[in-house]
Write a protein that binds this ligand. Structure first.
Ligand code: NAD
Length: 298
């Protein structure tokens, strides 16, 4: 299949590479030439612009930071035309960015008017899952669009859930990330308490992993340096899932909670703690660096 792939950051590059490895023709674009080079090195083609990436594509995959990037790209801004004008009728957009459900719906509506299909397909599984092709996709859209996307999603992920109509994938995603944001703080708090009492963080983590406190961070993404060799914590909190991206997701969860009058007190507190951590200069570090807020420094 001819695929246009836009947004080749920590997640997008390995996802695009998995499509290339599966034999698809991938034309890749990112504002960073360095990011494009990673995909080209694995057999992808470099697009000179987003317009070039989507020209003649049967499917367009986007993996961009936030709502404004997705809306700006497809619908345009400041009088500039959006990318929808350049996409062939009958093509399908698969947006895997985590953005507001309302933005997904707005872009899907415009896409439908242009004769282009759209699904929101945000992911979970981190950069490790993106590299291994084991992501979980949470899809919002029609049955038929999901079936068209499925062969591509299967090359990038291991679990595909149909959450409902357009926007439902995003709603599932912010529920999951609100839980992830809270549990990373809880896990960090427990490890910091043990370490302050002289416990070995690795031993304590293993005890909790096999006890009733066991969770995903203790399994795969320990916030304490050196416990998991491949976790961002062991690489100076580089790569992974940025604090500012977690902050964005917790903001989306709070906006949504306000709209539906849901009570999400821990989600609100988690958002405030990641905001303080970001203000402390850690916005670009992996979100597990939030443990620094809870540890004695120096
Ligand atoms: P990232 O910041 O590493 O990458 C985003 C990329 O988009 C960058 O390379 C940037 O140059 C590019 N970009 C921005 N605007 C662009 C434009 N107009 N045209 C072309 N390229 C553009 O972010 P990431 O960690 O890859 O996350 C991407 C999305 O996936 C976010 O919505 C995030 O919330 C979500 N997500 C991330 C993770 C994770 O573990 N990193 C996990 C699940 C979901």
């Amino acid at each position: 299949m001819q695929i246009g792939f836009i947004g080749l950051g920590n997640m997008g590059a390995p996802m695009a590479i998995n499509l290339v490895k599966a034999g698809h023709s991938v034309k890749a674009f990112d504002l960073s030439a360095e990011a494009v080079a990673k995909v080209v090195a694995e057999g992808g083609q470099a697009a000179s612009s987003a317009q070039d990436a989507v020209q003649g594509a049967e499917a367009i995959v986007t993996m961009l930071p936030a709502s404004q990037h997705v809306e700006g790209l497809f619908l345009g801004q400041g009088g500039q035309g959006g990318l929808l004008e350049n996409i062939s009728k009958g093509a399908l957009i698969i947006d895997s960015s985590t953005i507001a459900a309302a933005t997904s719906q707005k872009v899907a509506q415009a896409a439908e008017a242009a004769g282009v299909g759209f699904i929101d397909a945000p992911v979970s599984g981190g950069t490790g899952g993106a590299i291994a092709g084991t992501l979980t996709f949470m899809v919002g859209g029609s049955d038929s669009d999901l079936e068209r996307a499925r062969p591509l999603l299967e090359k990038m992920g291991a679990n595909i859930f149909h959450a409902g109509s357009v926007g439902a994938g995003q709603t599932a995603k912010i529920c999951n990330n609100m839980l992830l944001g809270i549990l990373m703080i809880g896990t960090s708090e427990a490890i910091a308490l043990g370490a302050a009492n002289g416990l070995d963080p690795a031993v304590l983590s293993e005890i909790m992993r096999r006890s009733s406190g066991g969770n995903w961070a203790l399994e795969k993404y320990n916030p304490y340096p050196g416990v998991h060799e491949h976790a961002p914590a062991s690489k100076g909190y580089a790569g992974g899932f940025g604090t500012d991206l977690m902050l964005k997701d917790l903001g989306l969860a709070q906006e949504n909670a306000l709209a539906v009058k849901a009570s999400t007190p821990l989600g609100g507190l988690a958002r405030a703690l990641y905001a303080a951590h970001s203000l402390g200069g850690h916005g670009g570090e992996d979100f597990s660096s939030v443990i620094k807020l809870l540890q004695k420094q120096g």
